[in-house]
Design a protein around this ligand. Structure first.
Ligand SMILES: [Zn+2]
Ligand SMILES: [Zn+2]
Length: 279
């Protein structure tokens, strides 16, 4: 990241960093809008943030590490479930795999899972990873959700995730997941927020290789088919994760809204955009 871009940047929760000119303001129809409060040049990084959780798309299984998402020719396959590949298994075991290894193979062979669409299967696995990695804090925060206030200056990623708007507030969507002792209301609450808030993760050639949960980016930016910024993804070597950076595409004036392209641009350019959050 260009260091100049982050001069006087605000440090948000979970290692995220926000450019000082980026602010949330009321919007007449959307929940809010992200604007810049000063002139911002093309190429500026407005937000850096790490995912709460990620999942590889099926075509990348065995080619990239299921934890850090990096391509690796020497991955080690889990001998228990034979369904996950890691570059460093001990770290992966502690972060999430010990909670999913025993049941994941039976689950992905089940009639329920096989009856889901490809994107639903990714949502289910991502939800499983999320709860395996952050189950305690998710349950704790969910139990006090009515009292969870929001501070746009220091957004907490767990509070922010739980307070995101669902795709359809009348929809009663609940995925089954292969984890025990999980509050069904929590599963339903999260299931309804996945399709319109999660991000595809792509390389610089725009090939998608994973999906991820980036609550702060979801909360800040409305989507557009004619965006003023894009998410780019950079592996953080040694950290076991990847970083999203929101990069400005053209010079912006004070008050300009920052809207992002949140999925594979090739798909959006080819097909009619159906996402209700796009404008
Ligand atoms: Zn790895
Ligand atoms: Zn396993």
């Amino acid at each position: 990241m260009a260091k100049a871009c982050l001069t006087q940047a605000s440090i948000l929760a979970c290692g995220s960093t926000r450019h000082p000119s980026l602010a949330l303001q009321p919007h007449p129809t959307a929940r809010s809008k992200a604007v810049v409060t000063e002139n911002v040049s093309a190429g500026t990084i407005l937000l850096t943030t790490s995912p709460l959780s990620t999942v590889l798309i099926q075509q990348e299984k065995g080619r990239r590490c299921d934890l850090c998402l990096l391509p690796n020719e020497n991955l080690r396959r889990c001998t228990g479930c034979k369904a996950y590949w890691y570059c460093g298994q001990i770290k992966a075991w502690n972060i999430h795999h010990r909670r999913i290894c025993k049941r994941i193979a039976d689950f992905t062979n089940s009639v329920y899972y096989r009856g889901l669409t490809n994107s639903e299967q990714l949502h289910v696995l991502l939800l499983t990873h999320l709860i395996a990695e952050h189950g305690s804090i998710l349950h704790e925060t969910f139990s006090t959700l009515d009292q969870v206030g929001e501070d746009a200056g220091t957004l907490d990623p767990i509070k922010t995730l739980l307070s995101l708007l669902p795709q359809n507030k009348y929809e009663q969507l609940t995925y089954d997941i292969p984890l025990r002792n999980v509050n069904n209301d929590l599963i339903s609450h999260l299931s309804r927020r996945f399709s319109n808030n999660n991000f595809t993760i792509h390389c610089s050639r725009l090939d998608v290789f994973a999906h991820g949960i980036f609550p702060l980016a979801s909360r800040f930016f409305n989507h557009s088919c004619f965006p003023s910024a894009v998410p780019i993804y950079t592996p953080l070597e040694g950290s076991g994760t990847i970083e999203m950076r929101i990069k400005v595409l053209r010079d912006l004036d004070p008050g300009d809204e920052v809207r992002i392209l949140s999925t594979n641009p090739l798909i959006i350019l080819t097909f009619t955009c159906l996402n209700s959050r796009h404008r």
